[in-house]
Design a protein around this ligand. Structure first.
Ligand SMILES: C[S@@+](CC[C@H](N)C(=O)[O-])C[C@H]1O[C@@H](n2cnc3c(N)ncnc32)[C@H](O)[C@@H]1O
Length: 433
């Protein structure tokens, strides 16, 4: 049997994303058994990260744009350009393989086009790179125009750093289960296994690995000593002021990173109820709980539909880690730059508002609700809280006193960090009178 052409597969994956279908993670999951999966993964992530810039370069090389029905061929050219610019594969190999990928896509007529465009790029790359140097932010930083405009408006000082950090490869961060081991002990265990790592600055449980590694190679992962979780998320249990005998709700819980961390942080909760709309994602919480020897009550429900799942017993603490645009985690999911549209933000805002309204009655007087998102857009963050506070008279915003992030009117914002920094994340605490 012929080995599938990984450039043709990468072009197919990219074309689906450009057409707004699926996500990079779901698309790539189908190909994990391929012999050159790591090249496919590197290519697809890189092409998403640099799509807007590569598309611009392509427009300089094509006499006229390709038709929508040839989106796969266009994406194959983007794949070829990415590999020529960024990977240490010999130029001739990239061109030969890209030409045969046109065949694999069933577009024999495109072979000479692919050959011509990629060779033309190699001949004229200096002039093209010069044009890039003088061109628009959207192309240089490779982001959609609407998102560039939104971030420049909302974060004028920080915008260039945000764009540039969004294009970095994300760090792999571990959360130490401090009931099992101290962070210092884990750093020693990692050093013994020749895994270079440093402690995070913000969360006491965070450890940054120098290089990403398969979880199976990380000592103590199977034993439940460590989990993979960004440092921004690891700040959640501390903010919720957990203590023994509290009943806690994690309303949008899957895959359960924060559920497990709350249980690791406070062993004597009366109960932790974890909800998620998506039952397949909910089963990932089960896997995580098993590995860490923890217990929670799981329900696959719409958290906003309280008539369906709530027994009327109020919660002392609620975590609402709301669905959002994920604009704070573009470095981890660069396909967000291709998939997200302005109308998605409006849709998420409606869901965020509805969840907050429905869950508020489930909180006990005196209790705390922590609203979080991995968005850096104010519409999904402080504006949601402001709109909510306008509708209820028994909620008070509680300031988060901390030396990290940017203080906002109704919360605190972490902006996407550099290689050893956290994801972009928003936190707002509300106390019930
Ligand atoms: C940001 S993710 C949660 C991440 C999770 N808290 C963690 O730390 O691993 C948002 C989750 O909300 C879920 N979701 C979206 N709308 C929901 C709803 N109405 N009710 C319950 N879950 C919902 C999604 O399925 C998704 O798993």
């Amino acid at each position: 049997m012929n080995t599938p052409n990984s450039r043709a597969i990468a072009a197919g994956v990219l074309a689906e994303l450009v057409l707004g279908r699926g996500s990079l993670t779901t698309q790539l999951n189908k190909y994990q058994d391929l012999p050159d999966y790591s090249l496919l993964q590197e290519t697809c992530y890189g092409c998403c990260r640099w799509f807007h810039l590569l598309d611009f370069i392509l427009s300089q090389l094509l006499a006229k744009p390709l038709k929508t029905k040839d989106i796969d061929l266009k994406c194959l050219l983007v794949v070829g350009l990415y590999q020529l610019r960024e990977l240490s594969i010999p130029d001739y190999a990239v061109i030969d393989e890209s030409v045969s990928a046109a065949n694999s896509l069933g577009k024999t007529w495109g072979k000479s086009l692919v050959n011509g465009v990629l060779r033309n790029y190699l001949r004229s790359r200096n002039e093209i790179e010069q044009v890039l140097d003088s061109d628009a932010t959207s192309i240089l930083y490779s982001h959609p125009r609407w998102l560039i405009a939104e971030i420049e408006k909302q974060w004028p000082q920080q915008a260039p750093q945000i764009f540039s950090n969004n294009n970095l490869r994300p760090p792999m961060t571990l959360r130490v289960n401090r009931c099992e081991k101290s962070r210092e002990e884990i750093l020693v265990v990692l050093a013994k296994a020749s895994i270079e790592a440093i402690a995070g600055d913000l969360a006491e449980s965070a450890v940054y690995l120098d290089q990403p590694a398969a979880v199976t190679t990380i000592p103590g992962f199977n034993e439940g000593w460590v989990s993979v979780q960004d440092e921004a998320s690891q700040l959640v249990p501390g903010l919720l002021e957990l203590e023994p005998n509290l009943r806690v709700l994690d309303a949008c819980a899957a895959p359960g990173g924060k559920t497990c961390h709350m249980l690791e942080s406070e062993h004597s909760l009366t109960e932790l109820v974890a909800l998620d709309l998506d039952s397949s994602r909910l089963s990932k919480i089960d896997d995580n709980l098993d590995r860490l020897h923890l217990r929670a009550t799981l329900k696959a429900v719409d958290a906003a539909d309280t008539d369906r799942w709530w027994d009327g017993q109020p919660f002392h603490r609620i975590l609402l880690d709301a669905p959002c645009s994920a604009t704070g985690i573009i470095r981890r999911h660069p396909d967000i730059k291709l998939l997200r549209r302005p109308k998605d933000i409006k849709r998420q805002m409606a869901a965020q508002h509805a969840l907050l309204q429905s869950l508020w009655p489930c909180l006990k007087p005196g209790g705390l609700l922590l609203y979080t998102t991995c968005s850096i857009l104010r519409q999904e963050n402080e504006e949601i809280i402001a709109a909510f506070l306008d509708t209820v008279d028994n909620a008070k915003h509680q300031r988060i006193a901390a030396d990290w992030g940017v203080e906002c009117h109704y919360g605190r914002q972490l902006l996407p960090g550099t290689s050893n920094g956290p994801d972009g994340f928003f936190y707002s605490l509300l106390r019930k009178d």
